[in-house]
Design a protein around this ligand. Structure first.
Ligand SMILES: Cc1ncc(COP(=O)(O)O)c(C=O)c1O
Length: 347
């Protein structure tokens, strides 16, 4: 696909000479080498060597899993790192902006602020859907990235995919579709759209359904020109060997992940049913993720009461149009039982 990615990135970074380890030049040959190039401790401890900066083996497996080319994959220290990289790589501080659609995931704003990048906010509609017309009206030539988390956090719902597609057509910059909760969603992933839309980037994570939040592995999928750009600006060894090994193991265990996801979806349904009969829960919002947002009579009081009973949830009330809401993750059956038991006894 002929495409000029340079108009989306900071021109100043085009001339950057990336850090290159000596080993990278020879690794591709695949023959055993005496490694005296990186000042490591030569005694084997399983992790005494630096990891492959390009994570080639793992990317091969992910490429087959996701149906993309290896050169369309960027691996990062959680999707949080990708969010930071894409803002830093594409937005000129003091000049460019990202666009977000509140209520939305908090890290987009935090990351933009750390880089001195502007933030344009276009609220979701009353049903927490994308307001396409307003987004396109407000976007200008300095709107470099719009972040669309679907399913959305904290509201848990999916965005309408036709609206997402309209934005990919009409938005002047990059459209990042954040599919952190993809495995729980009833919508298909938009990864196949990468073949037709070079201004689209999709990110997913091992932190949620894959059950590896502690290992920190995020994945971004994009046009190969963007991926090689990210590879040039990233920290050389951003994914550690322990994570690479653990993820390779987990990839072989996708039947188990599917079972866990199915169980959590059943548990979500069970929680919804229980919430319906609790008088101070005014509403639960439809969820396509592994959490539920509920509206209660007084979120500060209910939050505190749950805490006193040893249950930590998230008070999501500070988010735009989320007054008196709590965000609750779906836990193990016994944890959900405990939550229902406590909620039922609260007055
Ligand atoms: C929508 C969304 N995107 C990204 C992330 C960050 O995920 P990771 O653990 O991969 O950094 C989260 C975490 O809660 C999230 O809700």
């Amino acid at each position: 696909m002929k495409f000029d990615y340079t108009k989306y990135i900071r021109t100043y970074l085009l001339s950057l000479t990336p850090y290159k380890s000596a080993r990278e030049e020879y690794e591709a040959e695949g023959r055993p080498m005496t490694l005296l190039d990186a000042n490591e401790n030569p005694f084997n401890s399983l992790v005494n060597r630096y990891p492959d900066p390009m994570q080639r083996e793992l990317k091969k497996e992910i490429a087959t899993w996701k149906g993309v080319d290896e050169n369309q994959i960027y691996l990062c220290n959680g999707s949080d790192e990708f969010i930071s990289n894409v803002i830093n790589g594409c937005c000129e501080p003091g000049k460019d902006s990202i666009m977000i659609v509140p209520p939305t995931f908090g890290m987009y704003k935090v990351s933009a602020k750390t880089y001195g990048v502007g933030i344009q906010e276009v609220p979701l509609t009353s049903s927490f859907q994308l307001d396409v017309d307003s987004i396109l009206e407000i976007a200008d030539e300095n709107s470099k990235i719009i972040f669309l988390p679907t399913p959305n956090n904290p509201t848990a719902n999916n965005f309408d995919l036709d609206a997402v597609e309209q934005l990919i057509h009409g938005f002047p910059g990059l459209v990042v579709v954040d599919e952190a909760y993809a495995e729980f969603s009833s919508n298909p992933s938009v990864i196949p759209w990468l073949a037709k839309y070079p201004n689209l980037m999709v990110c997913q994570t091992f932190s949620k359904a894959q059950g590896m939040a502690g290992a920190r592995l995020g994945m971004a999928f994009a046009h190969s020109d963007f991926i090689s750009f990210f590879n040039r600006i990233k920290a050389p060894y951003n994914i550690n060997s322990l994570t690479i090994n653990a993820v390779q193991k987990r990839l072989k265990d996708q039947d188990k992940v599917k079972q866990e996801v199915d169980l959590l979806l059943n548990e979500r349904k069970r929680l919804e049913e229980a919430f319906a009969s609790i008088s101070f829960i005014e509403k639960y919002f439809p969820s396509d993720a592994n959490f539920l947002m509920i509206r209660v009579d007084d979120s500060s009081i209910r939050y505190k009461q749950l805490l006193e009973n040893g249950i930590v949830v998230r008070n999501s009330s500070k988010n735009l149009n989320c007054e008196n809401t709590l965000r609750i993750s779906v836990g193990l059956p016994q944890e959900n039982n405990r939550l229902i038991e406590v909620l039922t006894t609260l007055s």
